[in-house]
Ligand binder design. Structure first.
Ligand code: ZN
Ligand code: ZN
Length: 277
């Protein structure tokens, strides 16, 4: 699926769809958005909609080439019923790392919108990993619509396989990294941590603490060096549950970070987490 690049400034003029540019850019920044497809999600087929949310922007339309446009997306009228209750003012967004989420700004109260979502899930037999969240009004960049919602596939519900190959682990950790914001918004109090991100951080440390550079002090029952994963910018402070924000530390250094959180240590770890892969 093709996405339009989002200019860093003057989006209001270029898109003509945005009433509140500051809210628009808050949404773009906090959700790591890099591209947009403004066309109604209801113009693609129900199965393509699911594939795009599951597989990201690389998901291919099947049977395209109808109509004038050779790049035509898989078109359908299946989803038209959900235009009003759910997908009004809808758009698809390409997130950093190629994930795709859908937003819409439907009219109505929360109950009727939630009801519309579950009717859609039932009608097309969408999996339980498809989720809907109400986003805060601080992101609603249009006058239209009573609410802003996000629909996405929650990869944190995938079964974690601790024995997956390095390649598979890296692919999943990168993919899951981009969904952090939506995922931990769903819980209250404690944050959900992605196991693929955590496992990836540990594996790439190769048993060496990334702060003091010493080997892990002991091995666990399975013989793996014991390190703990740490979010450099704490989740409570808005840090992402992503591989760029996660390191593996020995228990001493982990305590040190939570007690002192020295800025030179934070800087060192941020550098390591960014360049480590
Ligand atoms: Zn250490
Ligand atoms: Zn920590």
């Amino acid at each position: 699926m093709k996405f339009e690049y989002i200019p860093k400034i003057r989006a209001q003029e270029s898109f003509g769809y945005i009433d509140f540019p500051d809210k628009f850019y808050r949404f773009i920044d906090e959700f790591n958005i890099v591209g947009v497809r403004w066309l109604q999600p209801t113009t693609i087929s129900a199965s393509y909609f699911l594939r795009v949310l599951q597989e990201g922007s690389s998901a291919k339309a099947r049977g395209y080439g109808r109509g004038n446009n050779k790049e035509n997306d898989e078109l359908s009228i299946q989803m038209q019923d959900f235009y009003h209750p759910l997908l009004d003012h809808g758009a698809l967004w390409k997130v950093k790392n190629d994930n795709v989420i859908c937003t819409a700004m439907p009219y109505g109260d929360r109950e009727s919108i939630t009801d519309g979502f579950y009717r859609m899930v039932n009608m097309f037999h969408y999996p339980e990993t498809m989720k809907m969240e109400f986003l805060d009004d601080k992101y609603r960049f249009r006058i239209n619509g009573d609410h802003m919602i996000a629909i996405y596939c929650d990869s944190s519900q995938e079964n974690f396989n601790p024995n997956c190959s390095d390649k598979e682990l890296r692919r999943k950790a990168i993919q899951h990294s981009a969904q952090g914001f939506l995922r931990y918004q769903t819980t209250t109090g404690s944050y959900v941590r992605d196991r693929y991100v955590s496992e990836y951080a540990k594996r790439r440390a190769h048993g060496i603490c990334q702060l003091c550079d010493k080997p892990a002090p002991f091995s666990d029952c399975d013989g793996n060096p014991f390190l703990e994963t740490h979010h450099i910018i704490w989740l409570a402070d808005g840090g992402a549950d992503s591989i760029e924000n996660t390191v593996a530390l020995c228990p001493n250094c982990h305590r040190k970070m939570h007690t002192l959180n020295l800025s030179e240590d934070v800087e060192k770890l941020l550098k390591i987490a960014t360049i480590a892969d």
